[in-house]
Design a protein around this ligand. Structure first.
Ligand code: ATP
Length: 365
């Protein structure tokens, strides 16, 4: 496996205040991010949040309206796409249909200027080594039409790796594949990354994919970075209400803090951390961070609107506060729900967001 290690040192990347306008549309608003050499980074966000635009700027396919990108110590603006030496894989395997697997993978090496082009036996050795790496040994004479979707994506990856990229950029590389193949390729890519150590940035809107694969996840919304962190950071310590709502299941309920007490609809819900000034907050709640409270005194009450089984628990969809708000809570499968459908529950963990959006977590246990 050591033979497959990138022969050139992986480069780190600095994105410094990068903005991008397309006419009147601001796709990115001054985004900054530091990516360590050898790191595997996921850009995660809803459609239109600017993920692809940022990736294309890293690739040199798009130029920032403001700010700059550094590769290693070089200002990327001074480098052509070729000089940047990035490997790029798109969602729809852009293989050359009329070329064999071998020729597809060899392409980036064969089109190099003569002075930097390896000899043909060296190209052959490298291509076969890469096909071995992506577990396609023996298929070099096939054409793209004779491969499965997952195999084609692995050819695309081998082709991207052939040029010994300093950085590997992947735009929803498994987006077009079915769930099972996607999951397999995900593990395979993580494993490949561990062996080759390429600095890798990949775009996805699938949070499971991002959390499973990446060293750090960059959560984006509306052209801004909301948070950069490990899977645990973004799930357990969300920096913004957006991250809290976007990652995992959640409900957000309006509450007031008054002299250290949290009230919802005038009823006491819990005690706030001491450093919380009085005022309106949003209480962010995960379904599994609530328990049914039979006594109901001071707990949050909700009317059951729907109930469905999710794995080992029952999830209740509640109307809270005269039907103005929704909250989902998880209860044991055999939990008794009163006939009138009125359930009182108590959050055991929560995150409070003040009006300016800053988070603060706590536990009521
Ligand atoms: P998706 O997950 O749907 O691919 P994304 O997060 O990758 O979305 P981008 O493709 O980066 O988002 O788009 C960000 C914003 O910039 C969107 O509002 C989009 O319409 C706009 N945009 C992107 N490319 C162009 C372009 N070439 N011309 C005009 N607007 C563009």
């Amino acid at each position: 496996a050591a033979a497959h290690r990138a022969t050139r040192p992986a480069a780190g990347v600095v994105v410094d205040g990068v903005a991008k306008d397309f006419g009147a549309t601001a796709a990115l608003h001054g985004v900054s991010l530091e990516i360590a050499a050898g790191e595997l980074i996921a850009l995660l966000g809803p459609s239109g949040s600017g993920k692809t635009t940022l990736l294309r700027i890293l690739a040199g396919l798009e130029f920032p309206t403001a700010g700059r990108v550094l590769f290693g110590n070089d200002d990327a603006a001074t480098r052509t796409v070729q000089e940047r030496n990035v490997g790029f894989v798109f969602q729809h395997y852009a293989l050359f249909r009329h070329m064999s697997v071998f020729d597809n993978v060899a392409f980036g090496l064969k089109v190099r200027p003569r002075s930097r082009r390896p000899r043909s036996d060296a190209i052959r050795a490298r291509v076969l080594q890469l096909l071995d790496l992506v577990q396609l040994a023996g298929l070099e004479h096939r054409y793209p039409a004779q491969l499965s979707g997952g195999q084609r994506q692995r050819v695309a990856l081998a082709r991207a790796l052939a040029i010994e990229p300093r950085i590997l950029l992947l735009d929803e590389p498994f987006g077009a594949l079915d769930a099972k193949v996607r999951k397999d390729l995900r593990r395979w890519l993580r494993d490949l990354h561990d062996r080759t150590g390429h600095t890798t940035v990949f775009v996805t809107h699938d949070q499971d994919e991002a959390m499973e694969l990446a060293d750090r996840v960059v959560v984006m919304s509306q052209g801004r970075i909301e948070q950069v962190g490990s899977a645990d950071d973004i799930y357990d310590r969300p920096a913004t209400p957006f991250v809290f709502s976007f990652i995992g299941e959640s409900s957000m309920l309006p509450v007031e803090i008054d002299r250290g007490r949290i009230h919802m609809e005038g009823r006491l819900v819990g005690i706030a951390p001491t450093d919380h000034p009085d005022g309106p907050y949003s209480l962010g709640l995960r379904p599994h961070h609530a328990v049914i409270d039979m006594r109901g005194e001071g707990a949050i009450s909700g009317m059951v609107r729907a109930s469905r089984r999710i794995g080992g628990v029952r999830r209740l969809d509640l109307e809270v506060g005269m039907g103005r708000h929704r909250a989902e809570i998880d209860v044991p499968i055999d939990a008794a729900v009163p006939e009138d459908g009125l359930v009182s529950f108590r959050p055991t963990q929560w995150t409070l967001f003040d009006r300016s959006g800053g988070p603060d977590g706590g536990s009521l246990d």
